[in-house]
Design a protein around this ligand. Sequence first.
Ligand SMILES: [Zn+2]
Length: 275
Amino acid sequence: MDILEMNFVDGFIRMCNDGFLQGWHERNGGNLSYRLKSDEVELIKDSLNFTNEFEKIGAKVPNLANEFFLVTGSGKYFRNVIINPEENITIIQIDGTGEEYRVVWGLTDGGRPTSELPSHLLNHSVKKRVTNGKHRVIYHCHTTNIIALTFVLPLDSKVFTRELWEIATECPVVFPDGIGIVGWMVPGGEKIAIATSELMEKYDVAIWSHHGIFCSGEDFDLTFGLADTVEKSAEILVKVLSIRRNKLQTITPNNFKELAKDFNVKLSQEFLYEK
Ligand SMILES: [Zn+2]
């Protein structure tokens, strides 16, 4: 089957374009990866090229051995994915040990998978384990308002989660486990990959301070929707803080408890502290 006609490729391209249209992917900013289902691999197997050499991932991910991922290319622009997917995205195969990968499709003009590949794969590894294989998408984007908040809010998961929960009623329902925070770090290496994956044991969203969002989800809609909800909430908070320093009224811990009951979500108690 033609790879470009597969639904998961379509969804991937659409998400890249949606992210670009939101203003989250200036230049070559951001990256996206998707773990293929085994039936999807079966359907496209004959169109893949298995002759490239395996290369080191830069992280060990044994539970992803022999899996296939669709990922954005390093230095490639999200805005170009929809115009020429084969040049800008790639399918990679993980080897039998989970320490190496090789390109099996795409990047027709040369290049490599995203420089954040260690972060993506390490986080896929954690999420595959903690969600029993449900999560398949990892997304990193440069969300303007979340980045702005990392300059003015304490870099503390408790503060960020609570502030964003208070800003829009849907927030605690969309991210009931809260948001993790990584302090400023050099991107692209094993260190930021490990720091983020430790947070992903518990959260679906991590904020990279002064950099952007890193998040995980079951499919493209849920993962994009999660980033969109967090960033929308941050945008409102930035507006509120710009109008006046303190909120005149807000959603209270008791309101959160009522919301959790009606929407049948379990909210982490650590974010329901009295201020
Ligand atoms: Zn980035």
